[in-house]
Design a protein around this ligand. Structure first.
Ligand SMILES: [Zn+2]
Length: 181
């Protein structure tokens, strides 16, 4: 099976050569950290134990960010412009490190000293040390840091929406950072 861009996607012939398309995991080819037996055990723990259900709920809450935002919004977290780590707060000069707090939705960066809120501008095309470049860096960190939740949920709940969101973000990185090895 090939994607619209011509790359091979995850599907392998069945072990018995029956021609049935299976995922790499189903065909025993998974290189994932968690193997199918680990996922089976996790599901059993969720059925039996409150601590496992609380963990599961926590992953669902973390993954909600990726499911509640549409493709265009998520793709914008991985911009074509350069992310630059930090500058001092343009208003009060705090920093240059640790002065900004990114909002839960990733749209604003607020100064913890003067409380000025800087809003992400998707139209910004500057390539210099400014607050938009810091927002880009913070937003990339935000979108990557939470990816384990939809990844685990895809395996536990077989929720394809989670895999689709992750694939979108990986593809965006491949497109915009194609020269980084
Ligand atoms: Zn400030």
């Amino acid at each position: 099976m090939r994607s619209r861009r011509g790359r091979r996607v995850v599907a392998a012939p069945g072990p018995g050569g029956d021609g049935v398309q299976r995922t790499a995991s189903e065909a025993g080819l998974s290189r994932a950290w968690y193997k199918p037996r680990d996922i089976d055990r996790a599901r059993a723990n969720i059925d039996r134990h409150g601590w496992a259900r609380r963990l599961h709920d926590g992953y669902r809450q973390s993954a909600a960010f990726y499911l509640q935002h549409d493709s265009e919004c998520l793709a914008a977290f991985v911009p074509r412009q350069t992310p630059l780590l930090t500058i001092p707060c343009p208003k009060c000069g705090a920093g240059p490190w640790y002065w900004g707090q990114l909002s839960a939705d990733g749209q604003t960066l607020s100064c913890t000293s003067c409380e000025t809120a800087y809003t992400f501008d998707p139209e910004d095309r500057t390539e210099t040390w400014n607050v938009q470049s810091v927002l880009r860096a913070e937003r990339i960190a935000r979108i990557v840091e939470g990816l384990d939740a939809p990844a685990i949920l895809y395996q536990l709940d077989r929720d394809r929406r989670c895999a689709e969101r992750i694939a979108l973000i990986i593809e965006r990185f491949a497109e915009n950072f194609s020269t980084i090895a």
